[in-house]
Design a protein around this ligand. Structure first.
Ligand code: ZN
Ligand code: ZN
Length: 362
């Protein structure tokens, strides 16, 4: 059997359609047919050569939902359920070792020294080649944590749980708002939308979103945002005043940065109350530095600035359940579907912010 995949051979050049041999899954592995592959904002950064983790040529795509085609040996999912051929599955995009200091001692597998990620740190130079989701098939290696999906759900709707959903879940797992808290979300993309959903689910009273795209801000309202602020029709000072008015002059209890730009950090930390928390989720790749007034913005405020790097299986499970409990809302998030062959169009649309979430359907 042959299968094709969209291969990143050279940075800033279109992905190339390449054919691969589909062999019986190597020992301990599972062959999965991709039903939906999410186009993540960080795929654009990888395509541009801004992600230091890559090893070319490679098959992009770290968000996938698929159907099991063949198992080399018995597998169980994280719920202890046997996985059979034909099952629909989603998997933790990162594979961790369980033995290093971060896995075993500090219990922070997202920081595993040996973590590798489908569609990011994998190359298609080596057997069994298919390790990214911009492909008709993917091989899941031993140690991959899998969740079997028994609910009836469109794979395209579920797929964003694997990266943006899981990473946002990680942020809320690190530091959740208290019931009644005010939460600011900067950036209404997929991470921002998940942040609105998690903030509301965790009992936030007022959720405020700052963004620059009307369609995205409208969608934040559907996801439960109480106030949306368009950064093109408001000034930074107006936004600050409005947020102070809403929060009795204090600033928000928790802010979630889902932009990945230094200017957002500069604005956001000033909008957090004394003793509040700033969760920085948006920097998926290096994107410049920021000047912070340590006295006024951090120390004097007892501010907690928490970085959030990727996610682990707990967070994937949180995100999957968030989507499955809110399928109608997350259906809206999938604004564009492309054939796998049109992956280059999908990447361009993502780069130009013409889409909220694009999904490739092989
Ligand atoms: Zn480890
Ligand atoms: Zn991603």
């Amino acid at each position: 059997m042959k299968a094709y995949a969209m291969v990143l051979e050279e940075y800033n050049k279109p992905l190339v359609k390449r054919e691969f041999d589909v062999v019986d899954p190597p020992r301990g592995e599972m062959l999965v047919k991709i039903l939906a592959a999410g186009v993540c904002g960080s795929d654009v950064h990888m395509w541009k050569g801004n992600d230091p983790r890559l090893n070319l040529p490679m098959i992009l795509g770290h968000e996938g939902v698929g159907q099991v085609v063949e198992l080399s040996e018995p597998w169980v999912d994280v719920n202890g359920e046997a996985i059979k051929e034909g099952d629909v599955v989603i998997w933790d995009r990162g594979v961790t070792c369980g033995k290093c200091y971060y896995c075993a001692v500090k219990r922070e597998p997202a920081l595993c020294e040996n973590r590798w990620t489908y569609g990011i740190s994998t190359t298609c130079k080596e057997m069994p080649y298919l390790r990214g989701c911009y492909s008709q098939y993917v091989y899941l290696a031993p140690g991959t944590k899998v969740i079997k999906i028994k609910d009836k759900v469109d794979p395209a709707v579920l797929v964003s749980a694997s990266c943006s959903g899981a990473t946002t879940a990680h942020a809320f797992d690190m530091l959740s708002p208290d019931i009644g808290d005010s939460v600011l979300v900067q950036g209404p993309g997929p991470i921002g939308l998940f942040a609105v959903a998690f903030a509301k689910a965790r009992g936030a009273r007022k959720v405020i979103v700052i963004g620059g795209t009307k369609e995205r801000l409208d969608m934040c309202r559907v996801f439960g945002a109480d106030v949306v602020l368009d950064r093109y029709s408001t000034t930074q000072e107006e936004r600050r005043q409005l947020i102070l008015d809403i929060t009795s002059g204090r600033g928000v209890d928790v802010a979630v940065e889902a932009v990945g730009h230094p200017l957002a950090v500069q604005e956001g930390i000033k909008l957090v109350r004394n003793g509040g928390t700033y969760l920085s989720v948006g920097f998926g790749d290096p994107n410049g530095t920021v000047t912070i007034d340590c006295y006024y913005d951090i120390v004097r405020k007892n501010l907690r600035y928490q970085g959030v790097w990727v996610s682990d299986t707990k967070h994937l499970n949180m995100a999957v359940n968030m989507v499955l409990s809110n399928i109608e809302k997350f259906e809206l998030l999938v604004t564009d579907r492309y054939d796998l062959e049109d992956a280059n169009k999908a990447l361009s649309a993502m780069e130009n912010r013409e889409t909220i979430k694009s999904v490739l359907i092989p």
